[in-house]
Every structure is written in C-alpha cells, then in structure tokens.
Design a protein around this ligand. Structure first.
Ligand SMILES: *[C@@H]1O[C@H](CO)[C@@H](O)[C@H](O)[C@H]1NC(C)=O
Ligand SMILES: *[C@@H]1O[C@H](CO)[C@@H](O)[C@H](O)[C@H]1NC(C)=O
Length: 579
C-alpha cells in the first residue's frame, strides 16, 4: 500500500513539563552566582506565602513568581470552564477558516466557479473524467467487483452533463446521495491498527500528489479496487476489505428520490458518480488555484494545523494559565484518545482528575462528555457517577446519544458537595430542556448543581424544530430556578459559535459564500454553565475563540490556532454566604 495513503489521525504531542520546584532550581544554580541564589530564595519565600495563604493545598510553581492557584483554593470562589472541543473532521476545507489572503482568494475563486461558472468552466463531464477513464472504471466494476456495467448510465445520463450546473449542483443527484454516500464511506477509512487511510481526493487528508487528472485517476483506481485494508467490522472482528467492497446499497426507503432501477444498480452507479465527483474537484482546484502546487501546499499546512495537531492544540489551551486554574472543566464531543492523551499530559494529568462515563461509551461514535476536577479543589475526585439516573429520566423520543451525558457527584476541600454534569445537545437542541430538567431533578440533598453544556440553542429558534435560546433561558430560570453564567436573561446575540460550510464538501446545498458566512452560517449562542439561583454571584464570565482568553467577534472559527467550532466559556463564581 502506498504510504501516501497512510496517516495517523491523531497526533498528540505531550508537552514537556515546566513545573520547576524551588529545590530543583537551587540545585541547578551555580553556587557562585549570588544574584541568582537571591532570586531563588525570593521565589521560595513567595511560594511559601502562596502555599499558606491558600490553606496548604498543593501547588506547582510555573515560574519563580507565579503559582497555579485553583479558585477553590482561594476559598469561596469557583472557576468553571466548559468547551465543546468538536469531533475530528477529516476535511480541512469543510468550514470557512480565518487564515490568510491566499486562502481567501482561492476559496472565492471556487465559490465563483460553483455559483457563476463561465461557459469555459462549465464543461461536459467527459472533459474531466474521460471516455478512457470511464472504460477502465467499467472494466473494474464488471471484472473485479462483478457488478453490472454502467455504460448505459454513462452514455445517456452523465458523460455530457455540464460539470457544475448539471452535476455538482443537480439537487436530485444530491438527494439520491449518489456522490455523497460513497464519499462518506471511503473518505477516511479507519484501520484496525489505529491508522487511517484516505481516498485520493481534495476533501480529506490525502497527501499524494493531485497535479492533474491522470495522476488522480491512477491513484483513485488503485485505492478503490486494489488496496486491501484490515479494518474492524461492526462486531469488532478484524476483516480484510478493498474499499469498493465497503460501499453500501442506497435504500429507496431512506432516499425516496432514487428510482427502483437506480437502487438496484446503486453499487456500481455510486462508484461512477463518486469518481466523477472527485474528478471534478481535482479539475476545479487546479483551475482555480495559482498552480497545482499552490493549493496542495496550502492544503498541507491546513491538514497539519487543523487536523493533525487538533488534539495537542486543544490540550495545550486547556493546560494554559487561563484554564488550568479551573476547579471544574466540562468538555463535550471528546474522543477517547483525547481523554487518554489528557491523562498523560504533563500538566493536565497532574492537575486534574479526568472523568469519562464508566458505563455509557460508544466506541464507534466516540464522542463523549467529560469532566475534569482540579485535584487541589477536589482531592478525592468523584464520589459517584450517576449518569444512569439521568438517562432513566426521559423516554426514547428524546434524542440523546450514548456518551452525550456525564453526571457525577464530588466533594471539594471545603466540604461542599456538588453534582457536576457535562452534556452535548443534539444539533437542533431538542433534547436540551428534557436533559436539563432530568439532571436538575436528581440533584441529591445537600448538593449544588454545576452544569456545563453545549445546549445547541439558536438565536432564533423555530418551534418544534430548533430550540430558541431565550425560550431556553426562560425555562431554566422560571421553571427550574436555575441561572447561568450569562445571568437569567441571555443576550441572544452573544454568540459562542461562528462557522459556515464552504463549497468544498459533498453537500453543496449547505455551502455558504464568503459573504454569507454570517447570514447562512451557524452563528449562535450555544454554550452554558448553569447553577441554582442565589447560590453564587458571577464575578466574571468570558468567552474565548483565540485560545488566549479573548473572543474576536465576527470571526469564523476554527482557525489554525483555535481548534474547535465552539468557543470556550468560563466563569468565576463567588459563593453567596447566606446559603
Ligand atoms: C446584546 O449583544 C449585542 C451584540 O453584542 C449588542 O449589540 C446588544 O446591545 C446587546 N443587547 C442587550 C439587550 O444588551
Ligand atoms: C457577552 O457576555 C459576556 C458575559 O456576560 C460579556 O462580558 C460580554 O460583553 C458580552 N458580549 C457581547 C458581545 O454582548
């Protein structure tokens, strides 16, 4: 198998520990350097002062003059951070990112190519996927896969369609899923050994050369028909398969626009449409970019920073001074590999108990809600996991997936008892109210609820379809007597997401032009930290889409520096003395 196909999806790099104790510093200091000894002594005095002030809790010296001090150790306050870290996406071009002029220019060229192609751009399919390529493909379909020939479809339906107006933008081809279904299955294939391989195309992490149609076609054919891969099937068995063998028939029950004949021929037909789709993408990139090398170099940088370094960037932001002080961190859409790397991380692993459900894990979906408890504030970690009690509260109509809820109880150094929950709402936010109600209903006596969630609420909801943010705030404040880090009344335009799909992904109807990122994108107030009213006063709430405790409004993200499509939300709460 060509090594160009093989890439590790996750590339977490543990950070080197920078916790320097006074003692170590003294040992490394040359004895004759009196000034430096004085400096170290000063640091030790400072360390001791902070140590006693905070009630003797254990701290790490980051530098000689500042210590990590969790808010609880300062007694009476609590820092809570919540962040949907977002699942790994294997297409670096899927969302508009905020990057540089070269990127903007390329994406605007593509947008023009797709939305207002010139006659010279909107050529027939057989100009980019040639008759010869078709014949080779049909040979593979009939001889290797032993499927039916699709020569009739090719001649009557596809060869003469115009690539943009009649292929990419044909809504019927979209609703039949003839190009998007094979993409979904073969875009990125996870191997049994933990690595992943990529179909030779534009819209994934494939890094082989795609300088021209012939180069793409040779690699594509090889991948789809001759590359044997060891993968785990649904039952966990390791099996050997060639990518074309993984394709699934398209069911007319699920996709009613497909005709009975097309459904019957759906395996060879989707292979043909998938090949045409990839051929058009490669052609379009090479037409729109300054040169074939230019877009491939740009893609390489994006793959590196957006995809491969995603986990390490996420962990490093959490380990940074703004968030490592949190008493409680709730995360959503966390993969198990991120959990394991966090536990091994030199700072996070030392500072936090890192908790994932022991019961509700779906290894295939692999998107989990997670809680971090600061070891200074919660030395004993979790008292009890009570996720199952939450899951029992609602019926099957509530769209909650396994892994979306985590609920635990824990006791802090001051003896205060908490129920801490982390939750990832469904895309439309329809599970959010039932889940918040369910969690609130099981708070044990003497415990205070702290609930960090991606509520998936919208600035303007549609009744029965998408959860409106103001209506959600009304619900938790008046019906449940909870409040939020934003207060009781939420400003519906105080967003925590700002993302928009480009046209470089298989569902073109969801693509936004550069000028439509704001109007057609997902720009919404989605994230919350909830707690009972009257228990705390809010000292400070902030959001962050830069990794530097700052939020740039009107900026589409992720960016190459900020790895999620949700901002981080953090709050410092002061415990009210009268309760
Ligand atoms: C809500 O936030 C928006 C945008 O930040 C601001 O323009 C508006 O004045 C705020 N509305 C209220 C009621 O505070
Ligand atoms: C959003 O809410 C935070 C916290 O309440 C506040 O500090 C910030 O000014 C608000 N931003 C906008 C744009 O309204």
């Amino acid at each position: 198998m060509s090594s160009a196909f093989t890439r590790k999806v996750i590339n977490g790099r543990p950070l080197i520990a920078r916790n320097v104790s006074g003692g170590e510093m003294a040992n490394r200091t040359p004895p004759r350097d009196i000034q430096r000894i004085a400096c170290v002594l000063f640091a030790m005095v400072l360390y001791t002062a902070v140590y006693y002030q905070s009630g003797g809790a254990r701290h790490y010296l980051m530098t000689s003059s500042s210590a990590i001090t969790s808010a609880a150790a300062r007694a009476g306050t609590l820092q809570v951070t919540t962040w949907n870290v977002a699942a790994i996406n294997n297409n670096p071009f899927e969302y508009w990112i905020t990057y540089n002029d070269e990127y903007e220019k390329l994406m605007i060229q593509i947008e023009q190519f797709i939305n207002t192609p010139t006659e010279a751009q909107d050529v027939p399919v057989h100009k980019v996927f040639t008759q010869d390529m078709f014949q080779e493909l049909d040979h593979e379909l009939t001889e290797r896969a032993k499927w039916k020939s699709v020569a009739e479809y090719w001649e009557k339906e596809y060869a003469n369609r115009k690539i943009v107006s009649e292929f990419l933008k044909d809504p019927l081809l979209g609703s039949k899923r003839l190009a998007s279904m094979p993409d979904r299955i073969t875009n990125t294939i996870n191997l049994a050994n933990g690595e992943a391989v990529f179909r030779p195309t534009v819209i994934n992490m494939y890094q082989g050369s795609l300088d021209n149609q012939q180069q793409w076609w040779s690699a594509w054919k090889e991948f789809m028909f001759r590359t044997t891969l060891s993968i785990n099937d649904k039952t966990g068995q390791t099996v050997k398969q060639i990518p074309y063998q993984m394709l699934q028939p398209i069911s007319p029950a699920k996709y009613p626009d497909i005709t009975p004949q097309e459904a019957q021929d759906s395996l060879p037909l989707q292979t043909l449409c998938g090949a045409i789709f990839d051929a058009i993408l490669v052609h379009m990139m090479n037409e729109c970019a300054a040169s074939p090398k230019a877009w491939q170099a740009l893609k390489k940088t994006m793959v590196e920073k957006l995809n491969k370094q995603k986990t390490s960037k996420t962990l490093n932001i959490l380990a940074d001074s703004h968030y490592v002080k949190s008493d409680i961190v709730t995360l959503q859409e966390v993969s198990m590999s991120l959990v394991e790397l966090a536990r091994k991380h030199a700072i996070l692993g030392k500072q936090f108990h890192i908790i994932v459900s022991s019961e509700f894990l779906d290894p295939v979906r692999d998107q989990n809600s997670v809680v971090f408890l600061n070891k200074d504030s919660f030395p004993a970690g979790v008292d009890k996991e009570i996720t199952s009690q939450v899951m029992k509260q609602f019926d099957e109509n509530v769209p909650v997936a396994v892994g979306d809820v985590l609920a635990v109880t824990a006791t802090n150094v001051q003896g205060d008892r908490y129920l801490i929950a982390s939750f990832h709402g469904d895309t439309n936010g329809l599970a959010t109210k039932p889940v918040v109600q369910a969690v609130n209903a099981i708070v044990p006596a003497g415990h205070t609820l702290i609930f960090g969630l991606d509520a998936n609420t919208y600035e303007q909801g549609k009744p029965g379809k998408t959860q409106d943010v103001s209506e959600f705030a009304q619900f938790f404040s008046t019906e449940l007597h909870l409040t939020s880090c934003w207060g009781d009344t939420v400003n519906a335009s105080n967003y925590t997401t700002f993302n928009a799909r480009t046209f470089l992904q298989p569902q073109l109807q969801k693509g936004c032009r550069s000028t439509e990122k704001r109007s057609k994108g997902d720009v919404n107030p989605k994230d919350f930290i909830l707690f009972p009213e009257k228990t705390f006063s809010i000292q400070k709430t902030w959001k962050d889409n830069t990794g530097e405790a700052k939020y740039t409004e009107n900026m589409a993200f992720p960016t190459l520096d900020f790895p999620s499509d949700h901002g981080i939300l953090a709050t410092i709460l002061a415990k009210n003395s009268n309760i």
